[in-house]
Design a binder for this molecule. Structure first.
Ligand code: C5P
Length: 396
């Protein structure tokens, strides 16, 4: 999908540099040519031989490696590319870019280019949080530099938090996006995901067992096809994918407001497990045990986001809902499709014993105007990829 594209890949000095070797492999597998550049610090983490062998091209390390420097080799190198990618982008490289330094090959290429630049930051969490890095990030954003990641998680330095370089697959997706490739390039897709929490009082809430895994996998798969994603998520247990615009909400009513605020969109995929009701008489203070017995909770219906999107004046071209059922899955899902006014329903059996709710796999039936299709039991990521391809076909 990146056939004919040339990427200058600048590998900075960080432990995440090993992931850039995989990135080279993925880029070449997708048909791109890679001009690798290894900084002095980068060469402390991966060897020039591995980089050059995987790229299958000359590796550049020094400004004066560019033998044709008299012919402005650095200008050539950065202009012949379709995109410059910096992965890992260290705090130091970001500072150099933000400050306009050009004292080595990487920084000179970045100054001399007339192409877009995508950075995948990777650093210790404190370095990432440091006001200087955040200032540099803002400057780079204002300069039009694109960013993918960093992600949260355990880091090689033993700390936990934001700072891990985005995974190679996410960087690939950001590259495809930056190059405007993929069947969903230029499309905007809204994805709702996760459970909602409906407060009973300030410390208690009503929730459900949704992990948000299927919604997150779908957002990632749609992103990988080049779509711009607005990801509206309740308090899920799986992390939101990188490279998408995330709005975090708690209640169904907040989710509705965030979903409508994301319009217009080409498609809306409602994968969230939205609570049907909220507690109308939720306590402003923590409810106390009283001699009068258990509190009488009163329920009020939540807005139906899927139905509202389906009937909205700015209705997305394709509206897809999910139906988690425990009996008569197909019949209930067909009725739901008609009732909600959406185009497709992705139905699944979440009966106890299927292990689907909160599990790794999903077995779905896709209900469209044309009828219903049973899909085999597949990992949620594969269900997501299949659905994303179908969505791309429907929007083509
Ligand atoms: O009616 P039910 O909850 O079974 O419908 C499930 C589908 O409707 C899912 O796509 C879910 O995201 C969506 N939904 C919604 N807002 C609600 C309830 C469900 O968007 N209040």
């Amino acid at each position: 999908m990146l056939g004919g594209k040339r990427i200058v890949l600048i590998i900075g000095g960080g432990i995440a540099a090993y992931k850039s070797l995989e990135l080279i492999r993925l880029l070449r597998g997708a048909g791109a040519a890679v001009s690798p550049v290894l900084t002095r610090a980068g060469a402390q983490f991966v060897t020039p031989l591995s980089v050059a062998a995987l790229a299958g091209e000359t590796l550049y390390q020094d400004l004066f490696d560019l033998t044709a420097e008299t012919e402005m080799g650095h200008i050539q190198l950065s202009r012949a590319a379709d995109l410059l990618v910096v992965a890992p982008a260290t705090a130091d490289l970001m500072a150099k870019m933000a400050g306009g330094h050009a004292d080595d090959l990487a920084s000179t290429l970045l100054m001399a280019t007339d192409k877009r630049v995508l950075i995948a930051p990777a650093m210790n969490v404190r370095m990432w949080d440091h006001p200087a890095t955040q200032r540099n990030l803002a400057t780079l954003g204002a300069d039009g530099v694109l960013t993918v990641g960093p992600e949260r998680g355990d880091m090689a330095c033993g700390e936990h938090g934001p700072g891990r370089m985005a995974e190679p697959a996410a960087i690939m997706a950001a590259i495809a996006d930056a190059l405007g490739d993929g069947p969903l390039a230029g499309r905007h897709v809204l994805v709702t995901s996760g459970p909602t929490h409906e407060p009973i009082d300030p410390v208690r809430y009503i929730a459900n067992r949704s992990s948000g895994a299927q919604g997150a996998a779908l957002a990632a798969a749609l992103r990988d096809l080049g779509a711009r994603i607005s990801f509206v998520t309740g308090p899920a247990t799986v992390p939101a994918p990188s490279g998408v615009t995330v709005t975090r909400v708690e209640t169904a009513r907040q989710m509705r407001d965030a979903a409508l605020a994301a319009l217009p969109a080409d498609a809306a995929i409602c994968a969230a497990a939205v609570a049907d009701w909220h507690v109308a008489n939720a306590g402003v203070q923590k409810l106390k045990k009283t001699a009068g017995g258990a509190p009488a909770l009163e329920f009020a219906e939540n807005p139906d986001i899927l139905a509202e999107l389906s009937a909205h004046p700015a209705r997305p071209t394709l509206v897809v809902g999910f139906a988690a059922e425990t009996t008569d899955v197909t019949a209930h899902a067909q009725a739901k499709r008609a009732r909600k006014g959406c185009d497709w329903i992705v139905a699944n059996d979440v009966s106890p014993g299927t292990g689907i709710m909160g599990g790794a796999d999903n077995a779905v039936t896709l209900i469209t105007a044309a009828g219903s299709e049973d899909w085999p039991r597949l990992p949620k990521a594969e269900v997501a990829r299949r659905l994303a391809r179908r969505i791309a076909e429907a929007l083509a």
